[in-house]
Structure formats: C-alpha cells, structure tokens
Design a binder for this molecule. Structure first.
Ligand code: UTP
Length: 485
C-alpha cells in the first residue's frame, strides 16, 4: 500500500517565503541561502514552505519564553478500570473475548504502530523497529510484530492490515528494511507506511528555529499525537474504511511483549456499557509512587493521562486502605481507537492536541561562524503532541488493567531500566510463567530467577493456552539454555 501524495503544496517562491519568515520572526533561516548551490536552495525553500510558520510566535511565547503551566482538575480522582483479576471486581472476560474475536475474524480491526520517534535514548543507528529485540532469536521489533500478526491471521483466518507511522527522518530506512526482509512473510498489500509531520526544533534561549546545516532546518517528529492527523492526511484512514476496518489496535514500536491484537481489550473497547468505543487504554499498576509514567485519572468528567511531572508527589504517594497506590493506573501506551473517532478529530478544523515541551541536546549550525555545534547540555526545545491527549475528547473511555510481565517489556534506554537487557529478562520471565503453567520445569538460579533465556514467538503462542497446544511433547529446558519457541 502506498500513501496519498495529492495534498496541496504550499508556495516555494523566495519572496513568499521571505515574507512568511519575516512575519514569524524567523528570517535567519535564509542566513546562508546565497552561499548554497541551486539544488540546496530549492530544497531549503521547499522545507521552509512546508512548515507551519504562522503558529510559531504563539508557540515560542507559550512554550519557550515561558514554561507552560499545567492546571490539575479540581475534581481530580483516579480513573476506574476493569481489573486484571476479574474475580476481585467481577466482569465477564469471556463475553468480551468473544466480541473481540468476532471483530478480528470479520476483518474490522487493523494494527497500528507508531514508529516515528527518534529513539535517541537507545542510541541505535536506524529506525528503532529494526533493533534486534528478540531475547534469543535477535529478531527485529518489526519482525516480532509481523509474527504476532501472522499468528493472528492463522488463528482467525483473516487478513489484518498493518499501518506503520514513520517520520520523514526514518521513513525510507523503514520501508527499505521491510523490503529487504520480504515484509517478514506478510503481503506488501497489507502493510502501509506513512510519515508523520515534523515541528521545527527551537533554541531554548532565543526561541529561534535552529538550522541543522546551512541548507536545512532542524526539525523533530511532532510526537505520537501527530498520528491523528497523519492517518487522515496520508490516506490511511480512507484505506481502512475501504477495507471495512472499524477499529485500530495502537501500540508503540519499543515493546516486544505487546499483544498486537488482544480480543478481550478490543471487545471491551467496542462493547462495554461504559465505553463510547472511541478510544480505550490499557494500564499496569505503578511499581512505586516514584515510577515515571503517566497516570490515568478522571477530572472534569473525562478520563485523562496526567504526566508524572504534573501530578504532585503527595498525591502519587496516597494509598488505599489495602495498601495499594490510590493513583495506581500507569500508562503503557496501548490503545484501541475507532476509525470514526480518528476521522471526527482529524477532519475537525478546530481540533488540536496540546503541545508538550521537551528540552534536548540539538545539533545545529552556529549562525555567526557557520560551524556545526554538537551541544553537551540541553540547548533546544522540541514540541510534541501526545496521543493520550485525545482521551478527554471521547464521550466515555474505558481502561483495562493488565499484568506488567505479560505485556510490557519496553526497550527505551541503552542500559538499566527499560533496556534490551531488562526486556530480555522480562521476555524470559513471561515465557517461563507460560511454560510452568504447561507443566514444564524451568530451571532457576539461587535468586529464584530463570536460569535460561527463553523467547516464545507470538506466531507460536500469545498466551499459555495457545502454548499448551503448540508445545512438543516431552519438552524440557536445561539450566543455562537459550530457547526460542
Ligand atoms: P518515545 O517517547 O519513547 O520517544 O516514543 P522516541 O522519540 O522514540 O525516543 P527518545 O525519547 O528519543 O529516546 C514512544 C513511541 O512513540 C513513537 C515512538 O516511535 C515510540 O513507538 N513516536 C514518538 C512517534 O511515532 N513519533 C514521535 O514523534 C515520537
């Protein structure tokens, strides 16, 4: 599948661009223009023409010159959720599994991964989806998700389309990777790539847009919240509608344990009495009050995610009588969204998600000397939109609790927490749980952790019940073994 390229192009006329730059206080972007060769001049004009310069003065005032202030809703309370242990707070898991399976089987669900991020914390040279995330196989994250879809297609006898949001900075490398690997066994007709938008990167002191080289503006992808518009503008939404897709299963590129299509979650999203079937989310209980994840809350009559930095620590430390955290619902960035909801937002001229400000080290060109600068301290501001800010735009939104070990093994950092090593340990822990429930003895070390590395391909199984059916009889694991199933 290929994206829509019929969008109207803005003027690249030099006089028009000069006027727009002057009006937005960014004339310095043409500082080196006269010294550039003709091809680079044209590329710079085309790049500047594509930027929303008109919105910059207000953004610079509101996010760079002044730090934005977050106001907590007065009636803030923790969000309610469907408990993982349905015997504790009863709800009918099997009923919603059936609804979700029917939706998947009838081709009404698509997979959607946001893969446009820069992955700067991991420091991997390439799109993060190409990173070898498989604990034993070393399969790329993209291949693990493809395996997940191939498994679902076998189980439900259906073709499931997969939409992949890239950014202009990693689009070609992502498409090349899929082509080089034969789409991992998927049909290229079922995989659609489309780039998200970008924002100019801003100097933290002056608010001026930075140049990454004399002929190029420094930009950053506009955040995973950019997905709402990008899905529409690219033609991906129209493609979904033409295929009869009604809901998308949204996930991030960095989590190899995600269940790409979870029937229970999709069923709840589509049919729970307190869901508007517009946008739903999964959560895990926070590991500690200090854990740096956004928290699902309710306020002003809406479900919303509040960033950990915006939620006062005394609230994050509050406990329930049973000792559990009161604000417990940590976001793991797994959502289900209806195609109608995305379309309603994306085609509404007044729709805008708020920006979030992130301070970063942004390489750039010094305007005085023309030299490249690689800063060792934060010098710039990136403005990004977050997809969870669409939650308050729903009429009603449900939240499903899930088990951290079952579904969350993110690869964000090069080492320590949320790294390839911690993800490998979590993949092994989950696999050893599933194997133990199938009656397989998993060797352990003296600290009780598995004395082996295990990876279960989602093509083989996405839950213990599927594993029990797939496991060869007499299966054993030797201490220290590396096992890929
Ligand atoms: P992160 O918040 O981890 O950001 O993205 P990142 O840019 O990938 O990594 P760092 O912060 O530079 O280390 C979470 C998810 O959102 C996607 C990422 O690809 C990842 O799947 N994302 C993020 C986008 O698709 N676009 C963006 O603009 C930002």
């Amino acid at each position: 599948m290929s994206p829509n390229t019929n969008a109207p192009q803005p003027s690249t006329d030099l006089a028009d661009i000069r006027a727009r730059l002057a009006a937005s206080g960014q004339s310095h972007l043409l500082h080196f223009y006269d010294q550039l060769p003709a091809s680079k001049r044209a590329a710079l004009l085309a790049q500047i023409a594509s930027l929303d310069l008109e919105s910059l003065p207000a953004l610079i005032e509101g996010y760079v010159r002044r730090a934005p202030k977050f106001e907590l809703p007065r009636d803030l309370k923790p969000a309610r959720f469907y408990a993982h242990d349905a015997s504790r707070i009863p709800w009918d898991r099997e009923k919603f599994r059936h609804v979700g399976e029917t939706l998947i089987r009838s081709g009404k669900v698509a997979a959607f991964v946001v893969a446009g991020g820069q992955g700067s914390r991991l420091g991997y040279d390439g799109p993060k989806g190409c990173f070898q995330g498989g604990a034993v196989s070393g399969k790329s994250l993209f291949q693990i998700f493809a395996d997940n879809l191939l498994g679902a297609m076998d189980r439900y006898s259906v073709r499931v389309p997969w939409y992949i949001m890239t950014s202009p900075l990693n689009h070609d490398a992502t498409v090349d990777f899929f082509q080089k690997h034969g789409f991992f066994g998927l049909s290229s007709r079922d995989v659609m790539f489309f780039p998200q938008g970008v924002m100019p990167s801003l100097d933290m002191t002056s608010g001026r847009v930075l140049l990454s080289s004399p002929g190029e503006v420094a930009t950053n992808p506009d955040g995973h919240g950019g997905a709402i518009r990008a899905l529409h503008v690219s033609g991906a939404l129209a493609n979904m509608k033409s295929r009869g897709v009604e809901h998308v299963s949204y996930f991030q590129v960095d989590n190899p344990c995600v269940r790409v299509l979870d029937p229970v979650f999709l069923g709840l999203h589509a049919a729970a009495s307190d869901s508007s079937a517009e946008m739903s989310s999964k959560m895990v209980p926070k590991a500690s009050p200090e854990e740096k994840v956004g928290v699902f809350c309710e306020g002003d009559g809406k479900t919303q995610v509040i960033e950990y930095s915006d939620l006062p620590m005394d609230l994050q430390r509050e406990r329930m009588p049973d000792g559990s955290l009161r604000f417990i619902a940590g976001s793991i960035a797994i959502h289900a969204l209806s195609v109608d909801f995305i379309e309603r937002l994306a085609t509404d001229k007044s729709f805008a998600l708020p920006y979030h400000r992130a301070e970063k080290k942004i390489p750039h060109v010094d305007l005085e000397t023309g030299r490249a600068v690689t800063p060792d301290a934060n010098n710039g501001v990136k403005l990004e939109r977050f997809v969870f800010d669409a939650l308050p735009m729903c009429k009603a939104s449900i939240l499903l609790e899930t088990d951290r070990v079952e579904e969350f093994a993110p690869i964000k950092n090069a080492s320590g927490a949320d790294s390839p090593a911690s993800s490998r340990d979590l993949q092994t822990l989950r696999a050893s749980r599933w194997l133990a429930s199938c009656g397989v003895h998993v060797p352990t070390r003296s600290d009780g952790q598995p004395d082996c590395v295990i990876e279960i391909s989602p093509r083989t199984a996405t839950c213990p019940e599927e594993l029990a059916r797939a496991l060869p009889s007499g299966f054993t694991i030797a201490p220290g073994a590396k096992v890929a199933l």
